[in-house]
Each structure stands twice: as C-alpha cells, then as structure tokens.
Design a protein around this ligand. Structure first.
Ligand SMILES: *Cc1c(COP(=O)(O)O)cnc(C)c1O
Length: 465
C-alpha cells in the first residue's frame, strides 16, 4: 500500500477517505460525495488545506481551539508527559500528578463551591456521567424515583446514547433509539424563530416557565435535574433573552432540583468571562466542561461538581469511570493551556478587545439584505438569513437551503463559518486579533454578496407564506 502523506494529490486523498473513512455528521454517500476538504496544517487562526489554500478559521475547529493553533508549549508538555508517564488510571484509589493538578486548577477557576472534578474523555462522556451522578445522588438521598432530567429541544449535549438523549436534536432522535427513558424536553428560548408577537423579555419568561409546568406535570418527586447550555451553541448560537436564566434559576431553587450548566462551549472564556454561568448569573450544581479546557489539543472533558453533591456521591462507591478519566497527557496539556490563558490574559482579551471589535463588525452585517438578525456574546455569534421580505421572514425553500449556499460561498472564500439551518454561526479562536477579525468578516461579507446574487438568480429569495 502507498504511504499516505500530505504530499499525495488531493483527489487521491479524497478517494481513500471516501473509501475507508466514515465521517461524523456528514453525508456519507461514498464515492458519489464531493471530496472532503483536507486540512494539512494550521498556525494561529489560519488553516492550510491540501491544495495550499490559506483559510481563516471562524469556528476554532469545532468550537474548541480557543488559544489558536501551533502552540509549541502544548506539544512540549505532551512529549514530556508521554515520556514520564504516558498513561495510568485513576480507578481503585490511584492517582497521578497531572490529574491532581488539573482538578485543583479547575476548582480554583470554577465559580461558587464547584470544587470537585470527575474526568471524562469528552463532553458527551461527561454528560453521561452527569445523568448517572444526579440519579445516583437522589437515590443516596432516599429518593430513587427522582430520575427525570429535563432539557431543551434543540439543545446539544453530545452524541452518545445518554448525552444525545439529553440533547433535543430531532434528526438525532430519529436514529438509533433515542431518547433513553426519563428524559423530558421543553422548548428553547429562541425568540427570533419562535417568539411570535411577544417581547423578548416576556418570551424568555414564558419559555423558562415551561420548566415549572413540566416539573408540575411530571411531579417534583420524579424530577432530578435540569440541564441547559448557558448559550445554545450547536443549535445555532441562540442567546437567551435576559429574563430567561434568572427565572430558570428561581424555579430550580424553588423546587430543589439540581441545575446542570453545560459549559462545553461557553466555558473557558468564550463569553468574556471564564464561564458562561458567570456571564448569566447561573449557580449550577454541576458544570460540564470539555472543548476549550484543552483548546482541543487533547481529548478531555469533565463534570465539575459542587460540595454537597460530591459529598453525597462520596458516601458510596460510584460504579462509573472511563479508562481515560484524567488521562495524564490530556490533563498535562489542559493544564498548560490554562496556564497560557491566564498568563496571556486571553479572557480579558475577549472581554476588552476581540469581543467588542467582533461585536462592532458583526452587528454591522445586519445591514446586508440577506441578514435578518445578528446576535453575539463574547466570541460567539450568529446571524439569521432572510429572504429580505419583512421582519423575521423565512425562506420558502427547505430550511438549511440558504444556509448551505452561504456556507459553500464561505468555503470558496477561504473562511470557515458554519450554518445551522438558515443561521450562520461563528466561534473563532479567542486569541483572534482585530485585524484578523476584519479579514474574517470581509471574507464573510463577500460570501454573503455572492450567495445573495446566486439566490436571486436561482429564484430563492422567496419568503414562506
Ligand atoms: C460539543 C458539545 C458537547 C459534546 O462534547 P464532545 O466532546 O463532542 O463529546 C456537549 N455539550 C455541548 C454544549 C457541546 O457543544
């Protein structure tokens, strides 16, 4: 077999990819599919593909490469750790220094009394841990019937059976037997798409109060926890109205149910503070973290647990864990990532420099004829595409048609911007400079112009009736 390297022609790499590599969340129609775009290297906020194109990464990989690519310090730490102790487990009362140090550092950064860390290999695994942990918590309290977890439609919590069930993605639930039992979903706080004639504030309250109604419908003696992302990421960067989280917090407090904040995207600076819970005044009992914890340089996630829940779980052996819980190389890399973030003031950069600059450029896109709304917090933003026919107009074409066209034009203009149906989303590396933000927005603007012309030519600028 030929050795497969970066030097093979793109078409050849694409053919081998199509023949042997099953992709997550992609149309896997084998040889018929358009060849995958193959990324060969990256530095800072720029990617290089197998054709030598230089692409600005508006998505930080998959919402995770917060400190940017090519940080040699992380590679050095990983190499050192691999030589010193490449692997040891944390089961059966054993431990190692990287896991100890990272747990202590996370406890220091996390708000309130979130002082205890249960490691996982990813965000999905951490949320699976959370399902079992909150149910076992109530069992230890003598209330094993409190097992229902309430989450939101169009929320995203991962792709495993448990985390995918917590999530509220209809296309996921349509495949493979999800959701698992005792998960209930309420509607999302998506004012632009679902708020009708209500003000955002009234709508935020109404959507939060669905939690109360659901608790009463199921019975408070059956409900274990509520889980939500402070800002929905994969659902389309949906920023809740200001009234939403205070009301959710009030309801969780009032009924004494556990509150889980899924901070896999919002954690580690994305919203301009270390955690989205701080930005939104949420006081969770458990936080899910992953992605930005290691800036994606190594796979790692965790549940960060408050004193009382951790003390209750500690009464008993928790029959749960992953071979790679607290993996020493991943933990060492995460620790180095957090050191760099702290020493280089990355969170301050988001709050004071990059976030405000991106906000200025992002909201100016609202003047584009294809844009119906812009929203942004810190370094995550979204815009709604519109056929340009009145407030919050939707396209007559199938949802996602317009978004896909814009995404393809973004690809062609060497900027990575994703679409979620007909919303375009960005979540760039947090270290992006104002000049780089300008480059990203300029390329996106060209893509929007081209998409607009193409859609007009194809007769797609038509509103749904
Ligand atoms: C990505 C994501 C997850 C899942 O993390 P994986 O590491 O992909 O398993 C969970 N929750 C949220 C909010 C995410 O964005």
């Amino acid at each position: 077999m030929t050795k497969i390297t970066n030097h093979l022609p793109t078409a050849e790499l694409q053919a081998i990819d199509a023949a042997h590599h099953m992709h997550p969340f992609s149309q896997n129609d084998g040889f018929q599919r358009k060849g995958a775009r193959i990324i060969t290297r990256a530095d800072g906020v720029m990617l290089t593909d197998s054709d030598g194109e230089s692409i600005i990464d508006g998505m930080a990989g998959l919402w995770c490469v917060n400190i940017g690519y090519g940080r040699k310090e992380l590679a050095d730490v990983a190499a050192r750790q691999m030589q010193e102790l490449p692997y040891y487990n944390t089961f059966f009362q054993t431990s190692h220094v990287p896991a100890i140090a990272l747990a202590a550092r996370i406890a220091e950064l996390a708000p309130g009394d979130l002082n205890h860390v249960f490691f996982a290999g990813s965000g999905s695994e951490a949320n699976d841990t959370n399902i079992r942990m909150v149910r076992h918590y109530w069992a230890l309290k003598g209330k094993p019937e409190k097992s229902v977890i309430i989450s939101r439609k169009n929320g995203y919590h991962g792709s495993s059976m448990g985390s995918g069930s917590l999530g509220g993605m209809a296309p996921m639930h349509a495949q493979g037997g999800m959701p698992i039992p005792d998960i209930a979903h309420i509607d999302q706080p998506y004012w632009y798409g679902e708020g009708g004639d209500m003000t955002p504030e009234d709508f935020g309250l109404a959507r939060a109060r669905q939690l109360e109604a659901k608790i009463l419908e199921i019975g408070v003696d059956r409900v274990a926890a509520f889980i939500g992302e402070p800002v929905q990421g994969a659902g389309g960067v949906i920023i809740p109205p200001s009234t939403y989280w205070p009301e959710i917090q009030r309801i969780c407090d009032h009924y004494g149910i556990l509150l889980i904040a899924d901070e896999v995207i919002t954690g580690f600076g994305r919203t301009g503070q270390w955690f989205g819970s701080q930005t939104y005044g949420i006081r969770p009992h458990i936080m899910t973290i992953a992605k930005g914890l290691s800036s994606g340089y190594a796979p790692i996630g965790a549940s960060v647990v408050c004193d009382e829940v951790a003390a209750t779980i500690a009464q008993d052996e928790f029959n749960h864990g992953y071979t790679y819980s607290g993996h020493p190389v991943a933990a060492a890399v995460a620790l180095e990532n957090l050191r760099i973030m702290e020493e280089e003031g990355v969170v301050d950069h988001v709050r004071d420099v990059a976030g405000p600059h991106l906000a200025k450029r992002w909201h100016a896109l609202a003047d584009h004829p294809l844009v119906g709304e812009t929203s942004l917090i810190g370094m995550m933003g979204s815009l709604a595409l519109t056929p340009g026919t009145g407030a919050r107009g939707r396209f007559a074409a199938a949802p996602g048609t317009a978004g896909f066209i814009v995404r393809e034009r973004c690809f062609a203009n060497n900027v990575i911007v994703r679409h979620v149906y007909d919303r375009m989303v960005v979540s760039p590396p947090l270290v992006m400079t104002p000049d780089q933000i300008d480059m990203m927005i300029d390329r996106l603007t060209t893509a929007l112009d081209e998409a607009h012309a193409q859609m007009r030519a194809d007769g797609l600028l038509v509103a749904a009736s």
